[in-house]
Design a protein around this ligand. Structure first.
Ligand SMILES: [Zn+2]
Length: 139
């Protein structure tokens, strides 16, 4: 069982535009990324224009939720009072098997066992009835 984060004091994301679309899919536990509907290139973070073919057509593509640890850091100074009880945590960039990279947390692993390219899989931290965030743990 993954450790869920207490959210009472965190500033939650503003739900509008692409962020709302993305968080709605995450809330349904369907990790998805925006991609170009014309050439299928992922757009991460989401944006209106494809930088490959310049199309404005978009779609949300579900991913398997597996990938590898691309980079990480372990912040030692909390960025706010709400973070104190979670220090230290693993702030990471995960590269999904389908290609897009995302900023996230990696949990359920001792920090001295983190390894570059280690396989990870998604889990969903339901912060509130409205907000779910995708986090990762060892696969
Ligand atoms: Zn395109």
């Amino acid at each position: 069982m993954s450790t869920a984060v207490k959210h009472d004091d965190f500033q939650l994301p503003v739900m509008s535009g692409y962020a709302k679309e993305s968080y709605d899919l995450c809330k349904a536990h369907k990790l998805s990324f925006q991609r170009c509907a014309k050439c299928k290139t992922f757009r991460q973070p989401p944006r209106p224009l494809c930088n490959k073919c310049h199309s404005f057509e978009t779609e949300w593509a579900p991913v398997k939720g597996t990938g590898k640890l691309y980079a990480w850091t372990i912040p030692m100074n909390p960025i706010g009072k709400a973070w104190v009880s979670y220090m230290p945590y693993v702030a990471a960039i995960v590269e999904l098997d389908e290609g897009p990279r995302m900023a996230t947390w990696v949990t359920d692993v001792p920090h001295d066992q983190l390894k570059l390219n280690m396989p990870v899989k998604v889990w969903y931290d339901d912060l509130t009835s409205e907000v779910t965030v995708a986090k990762f743990k060892p696969a």
